[in-house]
Structure formats: C-alpha cells, structure tokens
Design a protein around this ligand. Structure first.
Ligand SMILES: Nc1ncnc2c1ncn2[C@@H]1O[C@H](COP(=O)(O)OP(=O)(O)OP(=O)(O)O)[C@@H](O)[C@H]1O
Ligand SMILES: [Zn+2]
Length: 879
C-alpha cells in the first residue's frame, strides 16, 4: 500500500509535489486519509498528512518503472484523522481558488499548535550503552566528548540545537565531527510535540466501592478506636463519624465543609495516630461525595481540606484504597459563564415558513440533489436566531450535526449564550481569542463527536465535525468572514458554499442587510431567497434625520444636536437606555463642506479623496490620481471645508457634561481589549447598570437588548466617505444594523441619525429600513463602473522599507500584469493603480497596491509568479 503525503518539509508558500511513501504492512489496517503521520525526509523526520491512499498496483508500478525508490512512512502520530475527507476536498478547492499551495492551505486548517517540529537529538549508541565503563573512559575521546557522554548517561538525550547553544557554533561543529567518527553517540531525527497539548493534572480516585468500602472504613475505625484506647487507656472510647452517617446524610457530614474546623462536633481525638486515621476517613468521605460531582480532587486540594500530609494520603494508596493518577483537565471556554437554559419558542408563521425551507433543503440533499443555499433576509429583530436553533435541533434529531458561524465579536456575547443555552453541553466554540489549549480541547471534543453544534468564527469551518448536516452563517454580510492578510485569503461564505456542495447540505446565509453580492446571487437564482419582513411582537423603530448643516446655521455647534439632546433627556427621565454610535474608522481623513455637505470625489472613480498631510495632497486611493487640497468648496464656494474626525472619548466627555447624572459606558477597542472585557461591558449594560452606551461599529453587531429605546448615530458621514467602492454598502449596513438595536423590547424605540448629507441615498434608505431600494441603486452603480460582482477584483500589495523601491517594484509589476493580460487576451480586464495603500506606511514599511479587475482573473493568477506580493483574491475592500 502506498500513500500520497503533504509534508511540513520545505517552503509551504511554494507548491510542493505530493510525496509518495510505502506503508509498512503492520500499519496498513490503521491508515486513514487525513491522519497525521511521521515520514522520513532526507535524513530528517517530518510531519505529514495523508492526502490519498493508493492501491499498490496502479501507482507503485508506474513509480517503479520510473526507477523511483520509495521509503516507508515512519509512524502514525494520531489515529484519528485531523481532517475529514470532505475537508480535504475543500482544501483542494481553496488552494486552487485562492492561489495558495496545497500544503499551506491544509496545515492552516488545523487547530493552532498541533504540528510537531522536526529536530535531531544525540543519544548513546548501543555499544556505549552496553559498555558504559569503557565509553566513559575512552582514551582517545576529547574532554568535551567525555563530558557529553556523561551527560547522555544521566539525561538520555540532547537536542543538537541545544548543544549549539551551549557550546557556540564552531565548537559544536567540531564536537559533532568527532561524534561522527566515534561510535559511541548516534544522531537521530525526532519530532517534538507542538504547543497544543492535553492538560493533565493529578487526581485522586477511589478504588474501592460499596460493600468493600464499608469494610475498609470499619477497619480504619477499628484502628482508630485501638489507637485511641492506647493513648487514653481507661477513658471512654471516642466515636468518630460513622459510615452510614457520612454517606446517607451528606449535609450533616462535618467533613463536607472541607475543613477540619468542624471536627469539634465529634469528641476530640487524642492520639496522633488516631488523628491521622480520622483525617484519612474524612478524605474517603470527600472522595465518595465527589463521585457524583464529576470534578475530581487533586492530591494537594484533598490534603489541604483534610490536613493530611501527602505521605499520609499515600498510605491509602499503598493500601490500595485510592490511586493517584493523571487525568485530563478540560479547558472549557464557557467555564463560569451563565448559560440560562432555553426552550424552543412557538414560531410565527413567517419563521415557520423559513424553517420549512431549510428542512426541505436538508431533505433534498438526502435524496441526492444539491440543495440551493438559502439567503434568509430578515429585518433586524425578526427572530432569525430562533430559526437557526430549531433547524439545528431538527437535524440533530436525525443524528447529524451543524456549524453556525457568527462574527467574531458576537461570539463573546449573546450568540454563544443562546446556542449553548439551547443545547447544553453539546456545543463547542472556536474563535481566535481562545488560548491554544482551549482551542485544542474544543477541537478534540468536536472531532470525537462529543458535540452537536460548533459555533465559531470563520475558521470553525475547518473543525473536523463528523456527520455535518447544516451550515449557518449569521450576519453573512460581515467583513470578518474574509481573511485578508494571511494566505489563503478565503471568504468563509464561499468556503461554506463549497462544503455545502461537496456534502449536499444546505447553507443558510442570514442577514437583515445581505451583502450586495449575495442578494445579487439570490436574484439570479443561485440562492433561494426567504424573507422575514416583520419584527416579532413589535415594529421597526422610526428613524429621524437631523441635518447638521441646519444645526450649524442656527448657531448650534455641539456634536450632540438639539433633537438628540431631547431624546437622551427623555430616555434618562423614563429610566430607559440609549446607545450612541459613531464610526471612527478613517476619522479625520475625509473632506467635507460643512455648509453644503459636499465631499471631494475622484473624477475617475467616484470615490472620496483622502487628504495626505505630509505631502499636502488629496489622493484617490483607488487609482492613484492626485489633486491639490481645497480651500473653498467647489459646490457652494464656502470656506467651511473641513477634515472630519471624531472619537468616542470626545463624545463621552460631551455627554457627561450635558448629563452629569447619567451613567455612561464606553465600548471601543480601548476599553474592551479582550473577550472578558467585552463580556463584562455587555453584562453591565444588559443588567442596566448604565444608561448610555457609547461605542464604535463593534456595538452594531447582533445585540438584543430590550431596554434600549433610543439609538443615536452621532455622525453618519464618516462611514459614507471612505474612499472605497464598497463604502456605500458598509454605510447602509452599519446604519441599518445600528438602528436595528432600538425598540426590541416592550417599549417603543426610535432612532436619530445626525448627518451633513441627509439626501445621501444610504442614509435615506437606511432611515426607511428599505433594503430593496438601497440594493437597486447600489447594484446599478456597481454595474456601471464594473465593480464586483460584475467583475472580479484581485488586490496586489507590496511592502518595502524604501518608498522609492516600493513604488518602482509596483510600477514594474503592474507592467508585467498588463503584459500578461494582453498575452492571454483577457477581455474587459485591466489594472487600476499602482497607488499607495490607504495606510501607506505600516510598521516602517511602505505599501503600494494595485487592483486587477476582470470577469475571471484565475488565468492571470496562474501565470503570475509573485512570491513577495500579498495577493488578496476577491478583497472585501479596495483599500
Ligand atoms: N417565535 C418567537 N416568539 C417570541 N419571541 C421571539 C420569537 N422568535 C424570536 N423571538 C425574540 O425576538 C427577539 C429578536 O430575535 P433575534 O435576536 O433572533 O433577531 P434577529 O433576526 O437575529 O435580529 P438581528 O438581525 O437584529 O440580530 C429576541 O429577543 C427573540 O427571543
Ligand atoms: Zn480615482
């Protein structure tokens, strides 16, 4: 039997051929696709993954004919495959579509820290082991070699890298040469375990049970009485805790408090020997109680609780009453989180229909046709989550399992609570803020089939969940589903669609504001569109637009308009809650006329220009065109041209001054650095310990807080003015989602949007919660300018510490691309740029980029060889 293996050897970022190895007969029966194995590679040992198992005849013969000698694989590192067959198939697609080497793609699908490192160790040779005396006193050995021999005698082995560190490179080389000549030490290749490890801890286990335990206890008690009578000859025999008392009435057990303080309840024991026996009895009681509790005692904790020393505890081990062993300690990311159990709700008619659509699609797949993905377009608060939960419950009842992807930030908050509360103990979580160990433990639970649902961020798609029957992507429009910097630059939605195709299972894409691209696909019939048009038991909140130009003209210069001030006053008086939202991204970069709302746009791209203060130019970050900064507004001649920017801190200060009594909570990247901080902030606001929440785009995501009746958007404009073709979509989505946080409870809510651009179609349509109208206008623009989804984009980025070199390489590369476009005869395909990236200088490196646009760029990608360039395929933004 032969196997094709992807190995960790060599450079992952260039395509490596699959290596073929022979399978030793002893391993044949155990070998599976997707298993991690050790293989010889040169004189090293490397880790690999079984890509394909080949029958002898077909492959071996042709290889033998070519005169290729095959080596045996060394061992199976893990019996349970790390990737399932459908995931290997997904990997193949990802690797092709996102132009990333197969090895790189596959190894990046594994849980972090899993892969083992290859190294060499020095060990004593057989000869040296057999004749230790002679080897140690070997005449012709140098002093160093003798010292090393001594070390190996005590330690067994030494890492060659370690030796180099100890001696320095040259001396180590000399010594290694000497080693080679002597036959006392051998150099062996080895693999070292990765960072992901099982956490073990020592635990005390009760070996005897029932009747046998009672007998033991009686014997101990007998010994206790004996010890006592010896110590206090003539006095009354003290009686200690009796067995029946301890087991039947746990609450009355004086030891159940885990301290010896309550020992005074029984007559005091006098002798030292008696005391030890009494403490041992207490330890038995505690162990017996913990049997039904599930969490075992560590020896240290048991000793602390009973005042036994470890030696005294070990006496029980010697007598074979207990054993002290190593047990796995699971690192549970949900530990300590309140997860209120939830029951299925009675669905509304709309929800019922949506659920039926999903389950029909499941059935279709079972009957052998690939079901269409479902785009679940439901307004904010229409109860999409409940549909997901019931769809999952239905497939679980059929013995299948499901994955639900949610935006990163939502993972730390409500989504997890809802899912974990519905399927207690049957949910695993995967996201980037978990520690390597937590992820590893969750990953193994998933792989072992111990969970029915995996909830996670984009990489959760790669968890080896068996019997996958349904994939749900909540908030499918979210940018976080795209991996932009690291290879492969995949979009989780696209990967999920591919998995759905491979497995013939439905993929449900849910959103109140579907990506323009997704809606377009639904229109063209690639997805089945299912809509939820109304909220449950309430209506969408009315949205009021405040024209900041009018405010200014009336002499009101505060960042909080009079209407918003009024709204906040009301909320505070009624004891309700408000959210104030502002978008800080790209702050201080857009140019705006405060009189007429004019923004400077590139004349070639219809995209807002960015001001570069160092060079004092306005620049289009899409095509690179530059122009002089403006002093007067070209539209109304006003001198009120401003660079707009505003931070959460400033808003907080202003609000605090206006409402000194109000309890404010600020939620942004500075106040919530990790998931615990997010949880804490959310808990505080949800439990009404604050009145007003001020935050950036983070707070727009999926929060369901019934106490919130007012949502204020401090400035809608920055979101509109990012120099990117996708910025209208982002602005609309953001405004609609933020507005959707108001009035979700029993009290009616409303929304106030402050803007200098009240007529802007994004603001206008968002204020009417009108997705369809927004979509019509946006798709028309996209078509007119050939933006996605009408053409594919690929973004190429180059960085270099020298600005000139960076620019030069960018120019050269752009010429090469253009050359290839012509050679290949790619129609309707061109290059925009090169231009400096939005953030031109990052960590002391200049960045230049360009965008290739065309109906299908894969032919181009196959011929360009640009290992030094970052290549983002289907970027979510042109910035
Ligand atoms: N059938 C039902 N009966 C009663 N209440 C329901 C029902 N379905 C959902 N709800 C409640 O309606 C509220 C909104 O639901 P949910 O948070 O799922 O909305 P959503 O569609 O995900 O919204 P968003 O897109 O804004 O996140 C929740 O508090 C939920 O408990
Ligand atoms: Zn331009």
């Amino acid at each position: 039997m032969l196997v094709e293996v992807l190995t960790t050897a060599g450079r992952w970022n260039t395509e490596q051929p699959l290596l073929t190895y022979r399978v030793p007969t002893a391993l044949e029966a155990r070998l599976r696709r997707g298993q991690l194995i050790a293989v010889p590679y040169g004189d090293r040992l490397d880790e690999g993954i079984v890509w394909r198992v080949l029958a002898d005849d077909e492959a071996a013969i042709s290889l033998l004919e070519e005169g290729i000698e095959l080596r045996d694989l060394s061992s199976i590192l893990d019996e349970t495959p790390a990737l399932l067959p459908h995931q290997l198939e997904l990997a193949r697609w990802l690797s092709e579509y996102y132009a990333t080497s197969l090895a790189h793609t596959v190894f990046n699908m594994l849980t972090p820290g899993l892969l083992q490192r290859s190294r060499f160790v020095l060990k004593l040779s057989q000869e040296a082991l057999e004749d230790a005396m002679r080897s140690a006193s070997s005449q012709d050995a140098s002093l160093r070699l003798r010292a090393l021999l001594g070390l190996l005698h005590t330690d067994g082995s030494l890492d060659v890298e370690q030796l180099k560190k100890m001696l320095g490179k040259t001396k180590a080389q000399q010594l290694l040469k000497e080693i080679k000549q002597s036959n006392l030490i051998v150099r062996e290749p080895e693999l070292v375990e990765g960072r992901a490890k099982i956490r073990l801890r020592r635990a005390v286990r009760l070996l005897v049970k029932g009747e046998e335990l009672l007998i033991w206890r009686e014997q101990l008690e007998e010994r206790l009485r004996h010890a006592e009578s010896e110590a206090t000859a003539g006095s009354e025999v003290p009686h200690s805790v009796s067995a029946s008392q301890a087991t039947t009435k746990a609450s009355a057990n004086p030891w159940s408090l885990g301290t010896t303080a309550s020992a005074t309840l029984a007559p005091p024991v006098q002798s030292k020997a008696g005391l030890i026996i009494q403490r041992q009895l207490a330890a038995l009681d505690l162990l017996q109680q913990s049997l039904n509790r599930g969490s075992p005692w560590t020896p240290a904790a048991l000793c602390r609780a009973t005042d036994l020393t470890e030696r005294q505890l070990r006496q029980l081990e010697d007598e074979r009453i207990i054993s002290i062993e190593r047990q796995e300690l699971r690192r549970d990311p949900l530990q300590g989180r309140a997860l209120p159990a939830s029951q299925p709700l009675t669905l509304t008619q709309e929800q019922e229909q949506a659920l039926r659509a999903v389950l029909d699609a499941v059935r279709e797949g079972e009957q052998g046709t690939t079901p269409k993905p479902i785009l679940l377009h439901g307004v904010t608060g229409s109860g999409k989550t409940e549909i997901y939960l019931q769809a999952l419950a239905a497939i679980i009842a059929q013995g299948k399992r499901g994955v639900i992807l949610v935006p990163e930030i939502a993972l730390t908050t409500q989504a997890v609570q809802r899912v974990a509360g519905r399927f207690p103990d049957r949910v695993a979580i995967i996201h980037s803020e978990l520690s390597v160990g937590e992820r590893y433990d969750e990953w193994r639970r998933i792989r072992a089939g111990q969970v029915d649902v995996v909830i996670g961020s984009r990489s959760a798609l790669f968890a080896p969940l068996p019997d996958l029957g349904l994939i749900i992507i909540d908030e499918e429009h979210e940018a976080a589903y795209k991996q932009s910097e690291l290879k492969p630059t995949y979009h989780a939605r696209e990967a999920a669609l591919k998995l759905g195709e491979i497995l013939r299972i439905p993929v449900v894409l849910g959103s109140a504001t579907p990506a323009v691209e997704s809606y377009h696909r639904a229109e063209r019939g690639r997805y089945q569109l299912v809509e939820l048009k109304g909220r449950i038991g309430t209506t969408l909140p009315p949205v009021e637009i405040v024209d900041l130009r009018v405010e200014l003209r009336a002499g009101h210069t505060s960042i909080i308009s009079r209407r918003l001030h009024e709204g906040l006053t009301n909320v505070l008086e009624q004891g309700q809650q408000a959210i104030l939202f502002l978008n800080r991204r790209g702050a201080a970069s857009c140019i705006l006329c405060r009189d007429c709302g004019y923004t400077a746009l590139c004349e070639h791209c219809d995209i807002p220009l960015t001001y570069h203060s160092t060079e004092r130019v306005l620049m289009c970050h899409y095509c690179g065109a530059q122009s002089k900064p403006l002093r007067y507004c070209p539209a109304c001649q006003s001198a009120e041209i401003r660079y707009f920017g505003l931070g959460t801190e400033k808003v907080q200060r202003t609000i605090q001054k206006m409402f000194p009594e109000a309890r404010l909570l600020r939620w942004d990247r500075d106040t919530a650095r990790n998931r615990h901080a997010h949880e804490a902030l959310l808990d505080r606001f949800a439990s009404r310990q604050a009145d007003i929440l001020i935050g950036t785009q983070m707070i727009a995501k999926g929060l369901d807080l019934p106490g919130v009746t007012l949502v204020g958007v401090v400035s809608a404009d920055i979101a509109l003015n990012l120099p990117d073709y996708s910025s209208p979509e982002r602005a609309f989505t953001l405004l609609t989602q933020v507005a959707g946080r108001a009035g979700r409870g029993s009290e009616a809510g409303h929304v106030i949007i402050q803007t200098f651009n009240p007529e802007h179609f994004c603001i206008d349509t968002a204020s009417r919660h009108n997705y369809d109208e927004f979509y019509r206008m946006e798709i028309e623009t996209r078509e007119r300018y050939g933006y996605p989804p009408f053409r594919q984009f690929v973004k190429f980025t180059y960085s270099h510490s020298n600005r000139h070199r960076c620019q030069l390489e960018a120019m050269r590369f752009s010429e090469r691309l253009t050359h290839w476009i012509n050679r290949l005869g790619l129609v309707n395909t061109d290059i925009v740029g090169p231009a400096p990236a939005m953030l031109e200088r990052v960590r002391n490196k200049y960045r230049w980029q360009m965008i290739a646009r065309g109906p299908d760029l894969h032919r181009l990608l196959r011929v360009v060889d640009a290992p030094d360039w970052e290549i983002d395929i289907d970027p979510i933004s042109a910035l």
